[in-house]
Design a protein. Structure first.
Length: 237
């Protein structure tokens, strides 16, 4: 017989788990009533000669009507020779792989590998650059889906605020992250590689030359009195 909403609602726990089948409603569908009182929808089916039970959902979150719809969808797959349980596992693996293959994940892996040799100040500057100028726009994006125009749009956000040098360094950092992902086999090309000329080049700051004899003398005296460290002396000799 077909199950009714009232029967499902009133199904009370017993000493042992038991099943109520929806024989007249959706063949193969049943609700498993646990001794704890929890109720789980299942679809019994056979594929490749093996009998399996596909989880459909938990009652009352999934109603009788919804359970029947989900069961019918699964039966459609079975009719096409597709195991719905195997497909569900494949989808979970794909989603897990996608979450591990985002720009943010790649950035974290790159930083963990390369930063141990850096000074603390350089680590902080790089983390700030990634966190504030790259991750908000492309952090959650799968690596293989990030295009050069998409990366350029993110970089232009800094450039449009007048942060020309920041945009340039963000491009360089992004490129290093992409190239590391390529070496790890997670990507085939670097989107930053095709952005040559896409950013405004910061103008180099020039300083006026010292021409006054008095100023030259002051400079020479300062150079003469400058205390050079032993390491610097070694490097210059």
């Amino acid at each position: 017989m077909a199950l009714t909403d009232v029967e499902v609602k009133k199904a009370a726990p017993r000493e042992k788990d038991y099943k109520l089948s929806d024989t007249g409603g959706c063949s193969g569908l049943y609700i498993l009533v646990k001794s704890t009182g929890a109720k789980y929808w299942r679809l019994k089916y056979r594929i490749a000669g093996k009998e399996k039970a596909l989880p459909i959902g938990v009652y009352p979150t999934v109603s009788l009507k919804d359970a029947r719809l989900k069961a019918q969808e699964a039966k459609g797959l079975i009719g096409d020779g597709i195991d719905p349980m195997a497909q569900r596992k494949a989808e979970k693996r794909y989603l897990l792989g996608a979450s591990e293959n985002t720009f943010e994940a790649a950035a974290n892996a790159w930083f963990a590998m390369i930063s141990p040799e850096w000074s603390e100040s350089h680590k902080e500057r790089t983390q700030y650059l990634i966190k504030n100028h790259l991750l908000p726009w492309i952090g959650k994006r799968p690596l293989h889906e990030i295009t050069p125009p998409e990366l350029l749009e993110a970089l232009h956000r800094a450039q449009n605020r007048g942060l020309l040098e920041t945009a340039r360094r963000a491009k360089q950092t992004a490129s290093q992250i992409f190239r590391h992902a390529i070496r790890m086999g997670k990507l085939t090309s670097d989107p930053a590689r095709d952005l040559s000329g896409g950013l405004t080049t910061p103008k180099a700051k020039s300083f006026s030359a010292i021409t006054e004899p008095k100023a030259v003398g002051t400079l020479m005296l300062a150079i003469s009195n400058y205390q050079v460290s032993a390491a610097s002396t070694t490097a210059l000799t």
